[in-house]
Ligand binder design. Structure first.
Ligand code: PMT
Length: 345
């Protein structure tokens, strides 16, 4: 079988082109491409800056008729919150997100412990309205949301699996290519490093009657490489480096999840190594446990730490506001000089 042959090259990791040959594209790909094409055309004509924000975790199925899957952790907070600040800075935003993860503007309401019915109240005339407790807070958010929608500044694209994510990432990036330096990629999604290639995957539910299950997962090729060097070589690319759960192999041969890179001192050197390896503009290092108050922006020229104080956290300042402010300046320099530069003040 041709596909099987592609996997049996003894190299351990397949290349990105082979990945797209052996995996099946998502069924909505053509429709998503068409709406992204219209959105890019519109914003290109308006000379807007455009950012692709990826957000949420990718899912890796264990069976073709999927019952079980492995998931990467991400609520989508970083992506959804950042998207709102990019819009405030005048960017058009393609928000490519994991289905049911947090979305800009609705993020403070959809995943709360309150039921949506708690936001409503019955009026004396039996009509229904937004409750007094929530209404005044909701109005500014609602106005912003309406405004970005009316001005065609925000486009939503959904993914669930790793394969959906990678096909969409390639397509959207290639469609955005004419934006050149005006395009930014803000890759906040938590992307799986391991998967089961379609030709090796069980068709139906793996049977528990066959006893204990040992999984072998292949490595996912690093898609940042073709993204930086081919698909979006003239654009401004920001990737994230997180401490996250990874596989370790025990002497017994069993695989366990473990928390690696929990030492923050390892994060900056690792992020810098990623920058050197792929040659893009910025890596943002963050630890899962402190990601809402501390991040480090790593560029070829400098490291910039962004830290929120306890008082700022109490005042509900969001770290994404500071991240986007810094990126806006640096992207501006990139647009005017064609180079990423250290920025003063
Ligand atoms: O949504 P929240 O709950 O707020 O969480 C936000 C976050 C912690 C998930 C986010 O801030 C973050 O750090 N996202 C990136 C996590 C991640 O995938 O890190 P990584 O080390 O696996 O990948 C680093 C980069 O390589 C990523 O930008 C990814 O786009 C890229 N990558 C990853 C895997 C792969 N096969 N190919 C890639 O190109």
């Amino acid at each position: 079988m041709a596909a099987q042959h592609l996997l049996d090259n003894g190299q351990g990791v397949i290349d990105p082109d082979t990945y797209f040959e052996i995996q099946t594209p998502p069924p909505n790909l053509a429709q998503d491409e068409a709406k992204v094409r219209d959105f890019v055309k519109y914003n290109l004509a308006k000379n807007n800056r455009l950012v692709l924000v990826t957000s949420g975790g990718t899912q890796v199925p264990l069976e073709n008729q999927t019952v079980r899957f492995i998931d990467n952790f991400s609520a989508g907070t970083r992506g959804a919150t950042s998207a709102e600040y990019f819009l405030e800075y005048g960017y058009a935003v393609i928000f490519m997100h994991r289905q049911h993860s947090l979305q800009p503007y609705s993020r403070n309401y959809t995943h709360s412990t309150n039921c949506f019915l708690d936001y409503l109240e019955l009026k004396p005339d039996d009509s229904m309205g937004v409750s007094q407790a929530i209404g005044p807070k909701l109005i500014p958010t609602f106005k912003k949301y309406q405004s970005v929608k009316q001005r065609n500044m925000l486009l939503f694209v959904e993914f669930t699996t790793l394969t959906d994510y990678l096909f969409l990432l390639r397509s959207i990036t290639l469609i955005m290519a004419p934006m050149k330096s005006k395009a930014m990629y803000y890759l906040a999604a938590a992307v799986s490093d391991f998967f089961i290639p379609a030709p090796k995957m069980a068709e139906h539910k793996i049977q528990s009657s066959e006893g204990a299950l040992t999984l072998h997962l292949d490595q996912v090729p690093k898609f940042l490489k073709p993204l930086v060097s081919q698909w979006a070589s003239e654009s401004f690319i920001v990737s994230f480096k997180a401490s996250h759960a990874s596989y370790i192999t025990c002497p017994s041969g069993t695989h366990l999840f473990a928390q690696l890179e929990t030492d923050s001192r390892l994060l900056v050197p690792k992020a810098r190594a990623a920058l050197t390896r792929y040659g893009h503009q910025i890596v943002i290092g963050n630890m899962l446990t402190t990601r809402k108050r501390d991040v480090t922006l790593i560029t070829k020229e400098d490291d910039v730490e962004i830290h929120l104080t306890d008082q700022e956290l109490r005042d509900e300042v969001e770290i994404e506001e500071r991240i986007v402010k810094e990126l806006y300046k640096r992207h501006g320099m990139f647009i005017s000089t064609g180079k990423s530069c250290a920025v003063d003040g």
